[in-house]
Design a protein. Structure first.
Length: 218
C-alpha cells in the first residue's frame, strides 16, 4: 500500500491522513479520507498557513533562518505569530509498549510529565501540571495502553498512579535515580567502610546488562 506523505491533509473527522481526490470547479485540491469517506478542499488560505507553519517549525526546530518565507525577519515574526498559540497533541494509538519511561521536569514554574518508549525514545504522551502527584500521573497514564514495565524514579505519587491505572504493570526503579539518591545519602566520598561498600554496589548497577551479572551483583 502506498505510504501517505507527511504533508498529507489530516481528516477533520477522524484525524487520519487523507489522499488527493482531484480538484473542484475552481481548481482547488480536493481530499478524501479512506477511513470515514469525508471530503474537504484545501483553500488558498489553508495552504498559506500550512506553508507558514512548516517554515516556523524549520526555524524553531532546525535553526533555519527567518528569511525562509522570502521576507525580512520582522515580517516573518508577524506572519508566524499565530503558530505560538498552537497546542500539539499525540492521539492515543492503543499500541502496547514493552517498556515505558516516565518522569517530570519543571519549566517556568510548571511541571511537564513525559512518557517515552523505553526502546526507541519515542514520545508517547505528555501532561502539564503544577506538581508531580498521583492525579497528574494518572492523567498521563490514561493516554497510553498499559505497558509491561514502567521505569520511573520510584516516588509515591507515580507508584500509586501506576497501581490504580495499570495494575498489571511491573515497576522498575530508574538506576540513575538510585545512584543519585545513594550519593545524596552517602556523599561522593563516604568516610565509613560500610558507606564505601554501599556506594560501590550502587555504582555497579548501571554496568549490569545480563541476568548472570544481576545474580553476581545480588
Amino acid at each position: 500500500m502506498r505510504t501517505r506523505s507527511k504533508r498529507a491533509r489530516k481528516c477533520p473527522v477522524c484525524g487520519r491522513p487523507m489522499r488527493k481526490n482531484g480538484h473542484d470547479r475552481n481548481g482547488r485540491q480536493r481530499w478524501q479520507c479512506d477511513t470515514c469517506k469525508a471530503t474537504t478542499t484545501a483553500t488558498i488560505e489553508s495552504r498559506s498557513r500550512a506553508s507558514t507553519l512548516r517554515a516556523f517549525l524549520d526555524w524553531l526546530l532546525e535553526a533555519a533562518p527567518q528569511r525562509r518565507l522570502g521576507c525580512d525577519a520582522r515580517t516573518f515574526r508577524r506572519r508566524s505569530a499565530w503558530c505560538w498559540g498552537l497546542e500539539p497533541r499525540i492521539l492515543p494509538d492503543g499500541v502496547v509498549h514493552h517498556v515505558v519511561m516516565a518522569d517530570g521536569t519543571y519549566v517556568n514554574g510548571w511541571c511537564l510529565l513525559t512518557a517515552v518508549d523505553g526502546n526507541d525514545g519515542e514520545v508517547l504522551a505528555w501532561q502539564w501540571c503544577s506538581r508531580e502527584g498521583t492525579a497528574a500521573y494518572k492523567a498521563l497514564f490514561e493516554q497510553i495502553a498499559p505497558p509491561d514495565v514502567l521505569v520511573c524514579d520510584g516516588m509515591k505519587g507515580i507508584q500509586r498512579a501506576c497501581a490504580e491505572t495499570w495494575p498489571d504493570t511491573r515497576i522498575q526503579r530508574c538506576l540513575v535515580h538510585v545512584q543519585r539518591d545513594t550519593r545524596a545519602d552517602l556523599t561522593g566520598k563516604p568516610g565509613l567502610q560500610a558507606g564505601r561498600e554501599l556506594k560501590r554496589l550502587a555504582d555497579m548497577l548501571t554496568r549490569v546488562h545480563e541476568p548472570d551479572a544481576a545474580v553476581r551483583w545480588g
